[in-house]
Design a protein around this ligand. Structure first.
Ligand code: DGP
Length: 111
């Protein structure tokens, strides 16, 4: 989709520090990390937010997020898996993405 920075990353028009890629998804480190481990898992298909995603893509993205978190050392102490949605959810990029944050203890609740 035009004017989507994550679609530009998928197409290689914008650089990223890639964690993982397959036919349907890509994972890369967040540009403004909020934890020692902070990466995003996104579908290659332009899906604006979680409300427009189906069961298959959600299951697949979350499973990949879980596997990658484990590979990056977050299995023992845990991590946070976050999907922000639209204005009230604090979503700033309108392309579905799962945040994975780990490597330190995180506070709760969010502001
Ligand atoms: P959200 O607020 O849930 O929409 O989070 C969007 C995240 O995307 C935010 O943590 C910063 C990250 N981000 C925005 N632009 C870029 C970019 O060009 N490259 C990378 N790697 N991350 C980006």
């Amino acid at each position: 989709m035009a004017d989507c920075i994550f679609c530009d990353i998928i197409r290689g028009k914008l650089p990223c520090k890639k964690v993982y890629e397959d036919e349907e998804a890509i994972a890369f480190y967040d540009i403004t990390p909020q934890a020692p481990v902070h990466f995003l898992v996104i579908p290659k298909q332009h899906i604006p937010n979680i409300m427009e995603a189906d069961q298959s893509i959600l299951g697949s993205l979350l499973f990949k997020a879980q596997r990658l978190a484990s590979e990056l050392g977050c299995a023992e102490k845990g991590a946070r898996f976050v999907i922000n949605c639209k204005a009230h959810g604090g979503q700033t990029v309108d392309h579905l993405h799962v945040h994975v944050l780990g490597g330190r203890a995180l506070g709760w609740p969010p502001g």
